[in-house]
Design a protein around this ligand. Structure first.
Ligand code: BG6
Length: 509
């Protein structure tokens, strides 16, 4: 549907792409009771099945310390799918999928439970033809990765010469460089690096992948994509929600670790990297690593970074509590719910171009975008008055919501006077394509099952991102508390000062 709700007559309904369908396999989810499993992983599995992208015998095993039978687990998945799946509920799809549901009850250090898991997987191989191919999804705190990985190894589940075994881990990949390295070692003792799939769900988003298509499939952007023409880049990920029920995870982690270290630095890498020789995993990661290695923090840190913590205010017409009043948050917590940093990319292409990154909870609205802001024309052959309302040209990639791109440039206002004002040219996914975008988790889970790694950050990228962020975190740990900002606003004043000292302002998305 187009944004107007009417079908787009220009669309070609024939889908010429060959679907990528996973081969025989099963997936085990550790942490089935958590938010992530219910809101993202389970619905995505159903959506994949509904799109015909899972093999008929696909099986899903839940593992948790709950006194459940298979049917209790099936009910949990059912509720999650009904509530959060993207595609319509079809009974026949559900019935076939649900035949492959099993539940194994036990703690992560319980040998017996892992024996049962092994037997269950063997039984599924026999009964449903899953071929010994198993993906282990660790939707659990990173502190438990080691325990689960060694249990899988000890129970002969981590490798099989005739089948594939893969492990999927979620962020946070550590809380700093040292802990990320430790985590990597723990996993690396059990799984070869090619079998470890680190999820950064932003890379699964269509609009994020489109950054590469936009840059490298076209001729008109790339010639301008450098410090000769680009004034600066703004990468914003704003959320209107608070921390919801995630106090346990969020307190002590904060916005920089939660979002900048992964999602925003990955966005930066895609925007700033050189053209890869191909889009296979190695070529792509090499370019991302090169650019991340060239990223440096602007100094001094007290002016080139900003952090804040939301206090009570208004969201969606309702009064909402401040972060310190949220359930489960320490009353003296210094965790930031807003973080912004200024970095530069020290290479020939980007020398002198600041990249401003910001993220926050309880901001005015939910929006993620990358704005490439161009320099002003070197000369304007108009009177000053004519161009008073002309700002800088910008190309904005709207990651979400309202996915698309906007090009902002100056145009003459109709009339007898010569007056030039900003106008926008818009591309919206909804107006150009028949299919709605799959959820990031659909794409990423399918890639795991297919063993397709380009969209998964390699450990080196994770390390490089921590190297960028660690000095900021250390600086903040030494220097007082985050600045309060009202819920429903655009963050603390230090964030605005971070740009205004360079004579710039944040775009109001
Ligand atoms: C997660 C963060 O990675 O991304 C959350 O941990 C955040 O704090 C979420 O809310 C946002 O994801 P999305 O896809 O809604 O932008």
């Amino acid at each position: 549907m187009s944004p107007t709700g009417r079908p787009n007559p220009l669309r070609d309904p024939r889908d010429r792409r060959l679907p990528r369908i996973a081969g025989p396999c099963s997936m085990v989810i550790f942490g089935v009771t958590g938010d992530l499993s219910r809101k993202k992983v389970m619905p995505a599995i159903y959506d994949l099945a509904n799109r015909g992208l899972l093999p008929p015998g696909f099986s899903l095993v839940g593992f948790a310390r709950r006194d459940w039978e298979d049917q209790d687990f099936a009910q949990i998945v059912h509720d999650a799918v009904k509530q959060h799946a993207r595609t319509e509920f079809r009974q026949e799809v559900w019935d076939q999928l649900a035949e492959g549901f099993r539940f194994v009850a036990g703690a992560f250090d319980d040998d017996e439970a892992f024996d049962t898991l092994r037997r269950t997987l063997l039984e599924l191989d026999e009964a449903r033809g899953t071929g010994g191919n198993h993906a282990f999804y660790l939707a659990i705190p990173p502190g438990l990765f080691g325990t689960v990985a060694s249990q899988l190894q000890e129970h002969g589940l981590a490798e099989d010469p005739n089948a594939w075994r893969r492990v999927v881990v979620e962020k946070p990949f550590g809380h700093d460089l040292a802990s990320a390295r430790e985590l990597n070692e723990v996993l690396g003792e059990v799984f070869p690096s090619g079998s470890i799939f680190r999820i950064d769900h932003y890379l699964g988003k269509e609009t994020v992948q489109n950054i590469l298509a936009m840059r490298f499939a076209n001729e008109m952007f790339e010639p301008l994509w450098n410090s000769n023409y680009v004034d600066h880049v703004q990468i914003s990920m704003a959320e209107d929600v608070g921390i919801g029920g995630r106090a346990g995870y969020y307190d002590g982690i904060g916005a920089a670790r939660d979002v900048i270290q992964n999602h925003l630095l990955q966005l930066l890498a895609l925007v700033a990297m050189e053209e890869p020789t191909s889009f296979d995993a190695d070529s792509l990661r090499v370019e991302k690593e090169k650019v991340l290695a060239a990223v440096v923090l602007a100094k001094p840190l007290n002016r080139s970074t900003a952090r804040g913590q939301y206090v009570e205010g208004w969201a969606g017409g309702e009064k909402v509590p401040g972060f310190l009043q949220e359930e489960g948050i320490a009353k003296d917590s210094r965790t930031e719910t807003f973080a912004a940093i200024t970095v530069e990319v020290e290479n020939r292409r980007w020398a002198g171009v600041p990249f401003y990154l910001r993220t926050g909870k309880r901001l005015a609205r939910r929006v993620t975008e990358v704005a490439v802001v161009f320099k002003r024309a070197p000369h304007l052959p108009f009177s000053e008055h004519s161009t008073e309302e002309l700002t800088q040209n910008a190309l904005v990639v709207r990651v979400q919501p309202d996915e698309g791109m906007t090009l902002r440039f100056g145009s003459k206002v109709p009339g007898t006077a010569l007056e030039i004002r900003d106008v926008s040219m818009d591309f919206a996914y909804g107006g150009s394509f028949t299919e709605s975008s799959p959820e990031a988790y659909e794409r990423l889970i399918l890639d795991v099952l297919l063993g397709d790694p380009p969209l998964f950050p390699r450990h080196e990228e994770v390390e490089l991102s921590w190297k960028i962020l660690d000095p900021v975190l250390e600086h903040w740990a030494r220097t007082g508390s985050p600045e309060p900002y009202a819920s429903g606003a655009w963050g603390p004043s230090s964030s605005f000062a971070m740009l205004s000292r360079h004579g710039r302002t944040w775009r109001r998305p």
